[in-house]
Design a binder for this molecule. Structure first.
Ligand code: DC
Length: 225
């Protein structure tokens, strides 16, 4: 007998979480939820509406008034905000530069966590983010904390951007990743932190397939009842 699991994948920016989470979800037939995309979606909407990213109350009100839908697609997850596909826009440099500031606010986080918990109800899920094992799905049967060196993560982002036709210097990406690590780890509400019961996987010298295989193996062990 197998049961459907909740799988939490946390870790710093560009550690390969979304690629791995998506692959694992496909393999297991589970729903994949990219929570970073939800914070990016709100950030994009705030920037379009010229809302100050330091204003937590305004951002929380904006989120309350925003419909974020995540749809599976061949090219990764589609992100629909108020019926508009913003999948490309939320990956822009501008959104990337402001998203940590938006994610800092307790009102925003509380509402996001609520939305994410609703999305995970009654189904097998693989969810990736920063606080999934600690705040969103504290009872997840499998918690992974995925890391990789800053240099390796910058290189992966570089190659990813290149595929999208964006040429950002490697040094700039490394600096941005370090800054996001710092901001995400030092914030007061739900900082990026390894859950006590998480399994740490350092992916610096692993291939995507190796990481996916390891997580699937762990999932199969835990799904067996
Ligand atoms: O995974 P990502 O780079 O797309 O995430 C974008 C930002 O959103 C990241 O800098 C921190 C924030 N985030 C968060 O605070 N909590 C999550 N569960 C997911 C993302």
């Amino acid at each position: 007998m197998y049961k459907e699991l909740k799988i939490a994948i946390d870790g710093p920016a560009a550690a390969g979480k979304s690629t791995i989470a998506k692959m694992t979800a496909e393999k297991l037939g589970y729903t994949y939820i990219d929570t970073g995309a939800m914070y990016r979606a709100l950030t994009h909407k705030a920037l379009v509406q010229n809302i100050d990213t330091n204003d937590g109350d305004k951002l929380t009100a904006l989120l309350r008034d925003t419909a974020i839908v995540l749809l599976p697609s061949a090219k990764g997850q589609k992100v629909i905000v108020d019926d508009v596909d913003v999948s490309e826009e939320i990956r822009s440099q501008q959104v990337t530069a402001h998203v940590s500031a938006v994610a800092v606010h307790s009102g925003v986080r509380a509402l996001m966590v609520e939305k994410q918990q609703q999305l995970a109800e009654g189904t097998g899920v693989v969810m990736d983010g920063r606080d999934i094992g600690t705040a969103v799905l504290p009872n997840a049967e499998l918690k992974i904390f995925m890391t990789a060196s800053v240099e390796e993560r910058a290189m992966r982002r570089y190659l990813e951007n290149e595929k999208r036709g964006m040429a950002t210097p490697l040094e700039q990406l490394a600096a941005e990743i370090s800054e996001r690590d710092r901001a995400d780890s030092e914030r007061v509400v739900s900082p990026l932190k390894q859950a006590e019961d998480a399994i740490v996987i350092d992916t610096t010298s692993m291939t995507i397939e190796e990481v996916a295989r390891e997580i699937s193996k762990l999932a199969e062990e835990r799904a067996h009842i």
